[in-house]
Design a protein around this ligand. Sequence first.
Ligand code: TA6
Length: 310
Amino acid sequence: MIYTITFNPAIDHIMYASEPLTKRKNNRVSEKALDLGGKGLHVSHALTQLQIENCALTYAGAENEAQLVSLLKQRELRYELFLEQDASTRDTFVLMDSSGEGSLMVTEHGFAVSRETHDMLWQFLLRHAATSDTVILSGSLPPGYSQDRLKEILHLLKEKQCLIACDFSGEALRTAITEKVDFIKPNEQELMELAPSGETVEKQLSLLNKTVRYVVFSRGKRGCTALIDGDCFHVSAPKVKERNDTGAGDIFVGALFAGRERGYSWEQSLAFATGCSASKATKMTSADFDVEEAKMFRAKTLVKITKGVG
Ligand code: TA6
């Protein structure tokens, strides 16, 4: 079983302006959509689309629970909500235009999670997580959610010997590394924040790989570099007509672990994930991708393998 954990879910309001977005002007929306927001929920969407058994675990605000549940059901996710009373799940606004220069995302902080609600998640994992499970923790932490609370979750999952994958940034990413999780996926900004200036990317990745078994360095439309058990995979992404890059990294993570669940090699899983992520970028919403289109993009993905980091 794969569990995803979303500490800070969101409701994404996606708006498309037919003219280039301009400050000090009333930019008219020609298309809009609502979608699930929060990285772990997107990972679960990818796993569900790919028929991989999974359960999305997420904190949620009780005030607008119905809105989030409606989106979870639309995407046919299996989920467990850990409700915070007198709180609302945050909104994210994703603005795009015809310029093709990517999306502009504006995200609220979200609600503070009480000790009681945190304990509900911890108790659920104590009862249900098993050694053969993969647990994917993604996205930002809620306001005031301490690293100690994150460590409580990670320590429990390590005691259960689950495979722990973290798609975090900032302090949470540092915690994941010091806690020696199994997988991280830093992007360029996150890698730069992690390591002292002047270190080459290859050196930084090698150092991380001494602590974390699987390190995937995400370069967005330029593909990724993955260090897996001493091998280095350089993956180039196919060129696509981008509509909305939001969620592409999350779909990559979901498809990567879907590939592993299907018994694909790491090389095959990385290429498959790249194809799915590329398909997502061609869609307007935060999580849609087309499985058949992904296979076509996968065929255009190149993977070069070198021993160590070359
Ligand atoms: O990765 C896409 C996304 O999950 C959007 O859906 C939006 O909700 C935002 O990122 C939330 O990011 P955060 O890092 O705060 O979890």
